[in-house]
Write a new protein. Structure first.
Length: 624
């Protein structure tokens, strides 16, 4: 018999447990030293993996950048919830430093209370974190500078931005890595820049664009674009003079990057005064579209029954949640996954958008975003009516050939919109270009409202500060497009991963089916009520009454009959509306039961079956 057989089993178990703990601690200590910047990412979409765009940008970085991580030594003890995140931030910064070939240097500073380091942190814009109001403040932020005294910072690292960590760091490096920002020339017909006189705030997407680019708004008669212009951004063009159109025409034909947002009805277009709507919400860019061979009907908007967003409307004096067909979210196969601008997008929200078609022989459209296969066109004015019942638009949606194209690249050969030369009042230099000599660099988008905050941001007040959280990739689309057209793709890989549009597609589909099933009956009853009310009114105003009677006997009978029919129709309508809500509620309840009850119960049952079927060790029978 071996020596181990003579050792009590309880002692062997204890020794094994101690050895396991020692091995665990040794492996963790070794891995923390050797693999500090390595990690395995099992998240959906790889939110925590360093992207190829970041690696490529760091590899090509020429500008030296000095990073200062202000992290209090007492952070881990004072805020245990931040401990793991702090370790990840430090590891990520170490990775950036190691991949930059010496261009990035990292300095970790512990700003002790009342020290010069604390004053330095505050001076560089790092925010204090006060946990209980009595203990010393702690710091957890990043400040960086380049060789030209350019600076950028992250005032405080917060766990709610963990999914955005790589994007925030890469954006900071990209901002400091190019001391002179490229220019984006903006022709703004939507009012993105805001208006202090009316209290309108600038669009958030414009602030994001300014982090990387110098955005210069141009207006009036334009004969020359700003120096160092890389991209021209044309938003809801209206009433542009021929001088301005000619300047744009020559820019495009010369290969200049141009991004056009044209809208058949810009719902968010700023009016001349607060509370006063814009005089005309339709785009006016037809002269350029005709020259380029592009079809765009400024009187038609897309209605999409399949991808419609449900909104709350006041219908008949009651709040009702309905499918708003002119408002839809592009997702799944609505994007060209082979294009860098749209390959990683999850959802883009459009409202009263228009559709593009190719009408010329020389130019073609390469779609970037489609509406769904069930989408069609309807009158833009009715589509944008904020007081109407969107469900009534369903019968007015006219399908054309193929899926409506919401955004596209313009390809092929383009011709000038000014075949007779430049306008007489134009002061533009150079010989007029008649047609494009190289591939055009133009993207067309059929919606300007998609750039407004309401289409992609949810704002809320957190600790007295307004915080905006993206629920769609509208901002990512613009930034990706500008960056790609300007010649850089470092951040395009990262932006779309910060938003995850995960609609309950099955619930949405069943809700639409239920709504459409009851819609026909509801419309029938609504028409019946209207007809009955008309008959009731006619009966009350016609016929001859006998002396001493207000109405004749025949009138009285007819009125009673019509009243009875009216009450009956209204009761049926209420029943139809109730059944619709009940169907949707029943569907949601069943799905909740399935997720919360059935699936866990099934897993537990399977585990129980395996446990019961597991072979048991035979119990030895001792001989007497």
């Amino acid at each position: 018999m071996s020596k181990f057989n003579r050792i009590p089993k309880s002692r062997l178990v204890a020794v094994g447990a101690v050895l396991a703990v020692i091995l665990y601690l040794a492996v963790n200590s070794l891995s923390a030293t050797l693999f500090r910047s390595s990690r395995i990412d099992l998240t959906d979409g790889g939110l925590y993996s360093l992207s190829h765009g970041t690696v490529a940008m760091l590899d090509k970085l020429d500008e030296p950048i000095h990073m200062r991580l202000f992290m209090s030594a007492g952070l881990h003890e004072a805020a245990p919830a931040l401990s793991a995140y702090a370790s990840r931030v430090r590891a990520m910064l170490d990775t950036y430093e190691s991949l930059s070939h010496g261009r990035i240097t990292l300095e970790v500073i512990d700003p002790q209370p009342y020290s010069e380091e604390e004053d330095r942190a505050v001076g560089l814009g790092i925010n204090r974190i006060s946990l209980d109001g009595t203990s010393d403040p702690i710091y957890f932020g990043l400040a960086a500078t380049n060789s030209t005294n350019g600076s950028a910072n992250i005032p405080v690292f917060t766990p709610d931005r963990e999914a955005f960590l790589e994007y925030d760091l890469t954006r900071l490096v990209a901002e400091l890595g190019q001391p002179k920002k490229p220019v984006v020339a903006l022709l703004d017909g939507l009012g993105m820049a805001g208006n202090p006189m009316t209290g309108q705030e600038p669009a958030q997407i414009l602030a994001m664009l300014k982090e990387t680019y110098s955005v210069e708004t141009v207006g009036g008669d334009i004969d020359k674009l700003p120096d160092n212009t890389r991209v021209v951004l044309v938003v809801q063009p209206q009433k542009l003079s021929d001088r301005t159109l000619y300047t744009l025409d020559q820019w495009v034909l010369s290969g200049g990057a141009t991004l056009v947002f044209a809208d058949p009805f810009a719902e968010t277009q700023a009016g001349p005064q607060p509370g006063v709507p814009a005089e005309n919400n339709a785009t006016d860019f037809q002269k350029m579209f005709d020259a380029w061979g592009v079809g765009f009907d400024a009187k038609k908007a897309i209605g999409d029954p399949d991808w419609a967003i449900r909104t709350v409307r006041n219908i008949g004096g009651r709040q009702a949640e309905v499918a708003n067909y002119p408002w839809f979210a592009i997702h799944d196969d609505g994007f060209d996954r082979g294009d860098a601008v749209t390959s990683k997008l999850n959802a883009v929200v459009m409202t009263t958008a228009g559709a593009f078609t190719a009408t010329g022989k020389d130019a073609t459209l390469k779609p970037l975003m489609y509406a769904s296969a069930d989408a069609g066109l309807l009158p833009a004015g009715e589509a944008a009516d904020p007081y109407g019942d969107p469900r009534a638009l369903l019968s007015k949606i006219e399908k054309a050939g193929g899926r409506p194209v919401v955004a596209a690249r313009l390809e092929g050969k383009l011709h000038t919109a000014f075949p007779d030369g430049k306008p007489k009042d134009s002061a533009a230099d150079g010989t007029p270009v008649k047609e494009s000599a190289s591939a055009p660099n133009v993207i067309l988008v059929g919606d300007a409202d998609m750039l407004s905050d309401r289409n992609w941001l949810q704002k809320q007040n957190v600790l007295g500060r307004e915080v905006a959280q993206a629920f769609a990739n509208n901002g990512d689309f613009l930034l990706n497009a500008v960056e790609q057209m300007a010649g850089g793709v470092a951040l395009a890989d990262l932006r779309s991963r910060t938003v995850s549009w995960r609609p309950f597609t099955r619930i949405d589909a069943l809700e639409r089916a239920a709504e459409q099933r009851f819609l026909a009956k509801q419309q029938e009853l609504t028409q019946r009520i209207a007809d009955t009310e008309k008959k009731l009114k006619d009966a009350s105003s016609t016929g001859e009454a006998k002396e001493g009677e207000l109405v004749s006997t025949e009138q009285a009978k007819a009125i009673e009959t019509f009243k009875s029919d009216l009450l009956s129709a209204r009761a049926e309508l209420r029943e139809v509306q109730y059944n619709l809500r009940a169907d949707v509620a029943r569907l949601k309840n069943w799905i909740m039961i399935l997720i919360i009850g059935v699936v866990p119960a099934a897993v537990a049952l399977i585990a129980l079956v395996f446990a019961l079927r597991r072979p048991r060790r035979p119990v030895p029978v001792r001989k007497a």
